[in-house]
Write a protein that binds this ligand. Sequence first.
Ligand SMILES: CC(C)(COP(=O)(O)OP(=O)(O)OC[C@H]1O[C@@H](n2cnc3c(N)ncnc32)[C@H](O)[C@@H]1OP(=O)(O)O)[C@@H](O)C(=O)NCCC(=O)NCCS
Length: 292
Amino acid sequence: MRNSLQLQSFELVARDIAEADIASLHALSLGVGWPHRPKDWEQLLQTGPGIVAVDGIGRVFGSAMWFPHGDDFATIGMVITTPRAQAQGNGRWLMDQVLGRCKGRYLSLNATHAAHALYLSLDFRDEAVVYQCQGEAALTLPPLPPLDGELAPISAGMLGDIADLDARAFGVDRGDLLDIITRKADIVVLKRDGKLAGYSCCRDFGRGKVIGPIVASSDRDAVHLAAIHLQKLKGEFVRVDTREKDGLFADFLAQCRLGVYGTVTTMSKGRPFLNRKPAEPWIYGLAAHGWG
Ligand SMILES: CC(C)(COP(=O)(O)OP(=O)(O)OC[C@H]1O[C@@H](n2cnc3c(N)ncnc32)[C@H](O)[C@@H]1OP(=O)(O)O)[C@@H](O)C(=O)NCCC(=O)NCCS
């Protein structure tokens, strides 16, 4: 693996992303049209390591991060090459650097159309489409199906139960990540027969709010876990990333005026990542593209 990359007349080297200033990272994501605010970058940097490609005078040309969970899995995200330096090998070089640092882990990521061919060439395989649903939330929500159980705000000491339920849905324990996400989120839990049956988080992100993760065992539960937040967000900009193409939950998002703005492709390398089981908890709303 090459430790530096010659790009036009610049030699780029990989530096720890923690050393980069947030303004440069923010400029990078703005440059490719992504909605992250400086605060969103700050939170990302708390959740995983990464690298930036910098030239001899410290200018940032690209970034890539990975988010390890347990000993043998990680998700990859925030892979960006600044537009003026694209199509010259920087993206591939950044990914080579990341793959070198993630040796021994199986991997997943959500690929944009721009990056899909690159990841295919690196032996990532397609698993599912993610629909980025967003818009100004409807002022009146559609009628909801009957609620089976009770919705309540998270109570003290429940984070462990949430992490256990989430691990059944996500396939891997990501308690450390949830610990960070949930610090600045409204969290609602669904209890049934005295047990945790689902949860959802709503937090500030980009232009408005993101509802995610949403973890539930049925479309009906997922609708309620989204609706409880949407009721408070009427007219506000809201985003939900979901792998549900159709069905009650997908229809509900559309009726709430969260239209499909774009898609990315969940890909994995090493072994398949997604493993949906009937009646088991499932990730109805992603935490974020980069976090899987
Ligand atoms: C995706 C992205 C990181 C690629 O970065 P890059 O520096 O342009 O990538 P590279 O120059 O290393 O090209 C990698 C591969 O992408 C493809 N590619 C890159 N630019 C291309 C172009 N303009 N047209 C067609 N294919 C292109 C090629 O298949 C190339 O493969 P090759 O090495 O066999 O030629 C960059 O386009 C980007 O930042 N896009 C916006 C943000 C984004 O979508 N990030 C991905 C998140 S999953």
